[in-house]
Design a protein around this ligand. Structure first.
Ligand code: ADP
Ligand code: ZN
Length: 298
């Protein structure tokens, strides 16, 4: 059986692992995201050590973004215009390739990788068209068709769509450095914290924050549904630890669609249309391992 490596590269921490599936994860290491040199260096050291035990068939890099996922581009495998200090224009994949030249690499966004992991082992098995959305420090989405992340000119940036905001109801003008009140600016974890002066995890389930949050997320999901008509939408990320949001979002989506879509996914099975990830806190690193596996199969 082939063994693969995976890097879940987040803006806060990196998680590296080797294995082949959720049932066979052999080693794992986690460390804070500091400078690119130090952090990517630690990932390389981890895989060099693992290589001594078992040769790795491929390594998948699942990175925070924006990234360049286009193999034809001169900056393929780079983290590009990130606002994260020190990380703009980082040749992530090239640095790994330089240190481990014989190992094939897969590279994509962290959300596309997590979506792949859910497709292989989790809540999207067997689905032809679905969306995986994460609501955390940022908001990002992956859109998979036939088990492949759709890239287009780059990769989707589903978190930066524009949503209607009623300033009388929500005077908070948002925190996105590019757009102010785009979806991420209004509904990410840091947006909740800034608007209400407390972290989301400290707000009671009865707090009005959650009605507003469910409304923004439902508006976005209705927009994605209209454009993509996914068979399922998976909602992950720290904010969705507030599991009471699921029924609120499901009801609002039905309300906003107002009976227009006569399909069982919306009318009868809304609780299996909008779902949490099945792989829990391992979704990220397992997604990176799935990315490694797909990179050698294509
Ligand atoms: P990241 O996006 O950095 O990979 P997370 O998905 O954990 O990490 O998202 C972190 C964000 O989610 C933070 O803004 C945090 O306040 C928020 N968050 C984490 N846990 C909870 C929770 N239980 N309830 C509400 N918000 C949470
Ligand atoms: Zn934005």
């Amino acid at each position: 059986m082939s063994i693969f490596g995976g890097i879940e590269a987040g803006g806060t921490k990196f998680v590296c692992a080797v294995g082949s599936s959720p049932y066979n994860l052999r080693a794992e290491a986690s460390f804070p995201t500091t400078t690119p040199k130090e952090t990517i260096g630690r990932a390389i050291a981890f895989f060099e050590e693992q290589q001594q035990k078992t040769p790795l068939a491929a390594i998948g890099i699942a990175s925070f973004g924006p990234v360049d996922p286009n193999p034809q581009s001169p900056t393929y495998g780079y983290i590009t215009s990130t606002p994260k200090p020190g990380w703009t224009n980082t040749d992530f994949m090239g640095t790994i390739k330089g240190a481990l030249p014989d190992i094939p690499l897969g590279f994509d966004t962290d959300v596309n990788a997590a979506a792949l992991g859910e497709y292989k082992w989790g809540a999207a098995q067997g689905l032809d068209v679905f969306i995986y959305l994460t609501i955390g420090t940022g908001i990002g989405g992956g859109y998979l068709v036939g088990g492949k992340p759709i890239h287009g000119a780059m990769h989707p940036e589903m978190g930066h769509i524009r949503l209607p905001r009623d300033p009388a109801r929500d005077p908070f003008s948002g925190i996105c450095p590019y757009h102010g009140d785009c979806m991420e600016g209004l509904a990410s974890g840091p947006a909740i914290e800034k608007r209400w002066g407390q972290k989301g995890s400290a707000l009671s389930p009865k707090h009005p924050a959650w009605d507003l949050e469910a409304e923004y997320l439902a508006l976005a999901l209705v927009n994605y549904t209209g454009i993509i008509m996914p068979q399922r939408i998976i909602l992950g990320g720290g904010v969705m630890q507030q599991s009471h949001l699921f029924p609120m979002i499901q009801q609002q989506v039905q309300g906003l669609l107002n009976g227009y879509l006569q399909i069982p996914e919306i009318l009868e099975d809304i609780d299996s249309y909008i779902v949490p990830p099945a792989l829990g806190n391992k979704a990220g690193v397992l997604g990176a391992i799935a990315l490694a596996q797909y990179s050698v199969r294509e």
